[in-house]
Design a protein around this ligand. Sequence first.
Ligand code: C2O
Ligand code: CU
Length: 440
Amino acid sequence: LPGALAAAHEHVPTEARAADGVSVTALRTPADSPGAVRAFELTARHQEVTLASGTTVSAWTYGSLPGPELRVTQGDLVEATLHNADIDAGVTIHWHGFDVPAGEDGVAGVTQDAVLPGDSFTYRFVATDPGTYWYHTHQVSADGVRRGLYGTLVVLPPTGVPEDVDLTVPLHTVAGAVLLGDSDTAVARSVPAGASVRLRLVNTDQVPHRFRLDGAPFTFVAADGRDLIGPTPVTGKSLRIPAGGRLDLSVTMPESGVRLSSNASTEAVLSLAPDGAVIPGPVPEAADDLDLLPDLDLLQYGTPGGAGLPAGDGRVDATMVLDRNPRFLGTRPVYGYTVNGAVFPHIPSIEVSEGNRVRLTVVNRGWDTHPMHVHGHHVLVIERDGIRSTGSPLWLDTFDVQPGEVWVVEFVADNPGIWMDHCHNLDHAAEGMMMALTYR
Ligand code: C2O
Ligand code: CU
């Protein structure tokens, strides 16, 4: 473990530490005032979970399926203690999309060792950036996340969100069951007509999903935890979310209600209606098949503006060519998902210095979609396949590079550490599609 990273973990004064045995509790009141210490205890364990449909699945959880939603306010000190009850493979918590100091990033083998049964580890970071995030294990992560080691993290702005109702809706497939939120069946919630609702959609699966919201126009208000500028109402579009990505949308409740569904399941559907009833069958204006709806193009949505990318200090150009290539064991080919022709850890890292402006070109030469995830930084999308982003500045931490596509993104290296950049189809990452960005 590099010394700088070990030291980064000790950046919080000891008086800020929580007492043991505190569960999802504010240690200072009011809990939502800036600067409060928010202590959480999460215990990873094997758990038989009976889903809403009655199906029982053998899961690995952080105490529930999904893990508890951690909801804090900007400025809070998050102090999350992870215990491992009985996951022999070991566990960590990676704060997906939240740009923590490197020592809190939860990457087993890089920023910490995996937490073994009987051990624990406390993560501490200040909730600097409001938005929708999620957390998951980063130790044998393809297996661990798929089995249920995931949950959501929401950081509220100090004044709260403008909507009246705020719901987080992760979509996850576990043992063949699709959970929308915590249910694998149709769920209804009562929301008064005229109320505004924020839906935080989170794709915690390993493949992209397409969502639709029927019953009223909606606006996209944030992508990957960053607000969009100039959002306008949309109807008749589907929302494609890459593996690991998040989209927040806002809708005003009509009398007849709205319904959220996805390509992943015809059962796990969320209805919001003034009387709290499940909206049966196709909603009137939504008879079309999801496959026939065009995806909203986020690169052209909203209006330009905002502070833009800082000029930075020195330029770095880096390229990631994604493919699937054989290596030869004798004459026997062993296929792996590769970056620049090699598999992790045999891929030279991207070397940057603090303050460098980094231009990253990601080329997909293979046949699979690769949801590229960048740790520690949000990247500004410049162009996809030569088409420039002309809408709201789009700051993402996870972007879907489809077969044949070329994405150009930029960011300023402002978070020292060793960071993983990898495909969030975690099976691909496990086969080698993962590289490091390191600060010299
Ligand atoms: Cu959500 Cu490195 O992962
Ligand atoms: Cu991939």
